[in-house]
Design a protein around this ligand. Structure first.
Ligand SMILES: Cc1cc2nc3c(=O)[nH]c(=O)nc-3n(C[C@H](O)[C@H](O)[C@H](O)COP(=O)(O)OP(=O)(O)OC[C@H]3O[C@@H](n4cnc5c(N)ncnc54)[C@H](O)[C@@H]3O)c2cc1C
Length: 419
């Protein structure tokens, strides 16, 4: 039997009178966008209840800013804060990572050897970035013109690659797996292209959008709105091209070519710059757990976000099985449903059936400096605009909302349980 470790004083932030215990009434896994938002909302509504977050990282990232950081708009330091500064007051921080679930015993096991039990569990560890699923990617990221906005450490190198590319071929990839922020692979492509246009180099650069998918964007209206943008920058879309390997020294990208869902061929493209959106999947410790659905995601009802087998477990954010676009914007809507249901369960023993997540996701598609198409849609890919304007038009106002307002709304609204 494993030894039970108590939480060290150093691990617990906030009220020093919090009991040093291995049981918490509400246990949250992950201190990312979803975990912190739910913790903050719960703390506001349930001032007396015992809430804890298990999170290994000392830093919390506002990942939606990374596209701007890589394009040189903000310094990347602006996208991060210390974890201890975003965990709400009087919420215990267990600085550890979960490795296994025991839902029949209402407990989880951590890398540090703790067994932590709970009454209610919120699972929000985000998505796993599978760098090693493309041969030659992990070891060559940051060299030979190979870069990615999906890694904080690579952001400066993306900027360097954009600066150094003056001619030749620039490839921007999109995997055929699920991945966070459906628009990000294109946003960085448009910002890079706009930089090259302004510098007068765009005519000498062949920009290719190589995607494992079959369309430029999964929502028809958005795909149509992007048509003129693609044309403006002379982007050559290549569908059914899934990046398989990189021959870094020779600067060659190797693609599997798909037809009718099967690999039918391979193609090699020589590049001067290669921006990779890596394959992504549910975190391994979720895939291997009794909480997972057939694809490895936390198996929850897509409207109530309650686990389909274990009613005292909820999941939201990128790790959940809900078939929405994996975005922070979705987290904002999902958090209200999870929080509302937990409060209802604690107060009356049943969930609040009036709460239902409709699949809302948002993609602020930056199409150039000072230009943005604000795509918002639900489970049915129905456009659900927040503003009484045509959001499918490129707008400077929406660009400034994304660049200047959304970060404030995130740090001061969402993460403080106010939005
Ligand atoms: C380049 C980029 C651009 C983006 N642009 C946008 C945008 O414009 N708009 C938008 O809405 N969204 C955008 N997103 C997506 C958005 O950042 C994510 O959808 C959102 O962060 C998901 O929240 P989450 O809490 O599920 O995951 P995360 O915020 O990734 O947090 C997961 C947390 O879980 C922790 N964790 C992992 N494993 C364990 C474990 N075993 N035990 C305990 N804790 C664990 C991690 O350390 C992390 O802190 C973008 C993302 C990227 C990368």
């Amino acid at each position: 039997m494993k030894t039970l470790h108590t939480i060290s004083g150093k691990d617990v932030k906030g009220d020093k009178s919090l009991p040093f215990t291995t049981h918490h009434q509400i246990l949250i896994i992950g201190g990312g966008s979803a975990g912190i938002t739910v913790a903050a909302q719960l703390r506001k509504k349930l001032s007396e209840n015992d809430i804890a977050i298990i999170e290994p990282s000392e830093v919390h990232y506002y990942q939606p800013m990374w596209t701007f950081n890589a394009a040189g708009v903000f310094n990347k330091e602006k996208s991060k804060k210390l974890m201890e500064d975003v965990i709400p007051k009087n919420v215990a921080w267990i600085k550890d990572s979960v490795v296994a679930f025991h839902p029949d015993q209402n407990s989880v096991e951590t890398a540090g050897g703790r067994i932590i039990s709970y009454e209610y569990l919120v699972v929000a560890p985000g998505i796993q970035v599978d760098w090693d699923k493309v041969d030659g990617l992990a070891e060559n990221l940051g060299t030979n013109g190979i870069c990615s906005i999906y890694s904080y450490r690579s952001l400066d190198y993306v900027q360097e690659c954009i600066k150094n590319t003056k001619s030749g071929t620039a490839l921007f990839t999109q995997p055929n797996t699920k991945f966070k922020c459906g628009g990000a692979p294109q946003k960085i492509m448009y910002l890079a292209s706009d930089t090259w246009r302004k510098r007068g180099d765009l005519n000498n650069i062949n920009v290719q959008f190589t995607t494992g998918g079959s369309v430029i964007f999964g929502v028809k209206e958005v795909a149509e709105a992007l048509g003129p943008v693609v044309k403006r920058y002379g982007v050559e879309p290549k569908f059914f091209h899934n990046l398989k390997a990189i021959k870094a020294e020779k600067k060659i990208a190797v693609y599997d070519i798909y037809k009718d869902g099967k690999v039918t061929d391979q193609a090699e493209i020589k590049f001067d710059m290669l921006h990779v959106t890596p394959p992504q999947s549910s975190p391994d410790f979720i895939k291997m757990s009794p909480l997972a659905d057939a694809e490895g995601w936390v198996d929850v009802d897509k409207h109530s976000l309650q686990h389909n087998k274990y009613p005292n477990i909820f999941s939201l954010g990128d790790a959940g099985s809900t078939p929405n676009a994996k975005t922070g914007a979705a987290v904002r809507k999902q958090s209200r449903v999870v929080t509302g249901n937990l409060v209802a369960l604690l107060k009356s023993g049943t969930t609040d059936t009036s709460l239902s997540y409709d699949g809302y996701g948002s993609c602020p598609l930056i199409t150039g400096f000072g230009k943005l198409i604000l795509a918002e849609f639900d489970y049915n890919n129905k456009i659900t605009p927040s503003f009484p304007i045509n959001q499918m038009k490129e707008r400077r106002s929406m660009y400034h909302m994304k660049k200047d307002l959304l970060p404030i709304m995130y740090w001061e609204g969402m993460l403080k349980g106010r939005a």
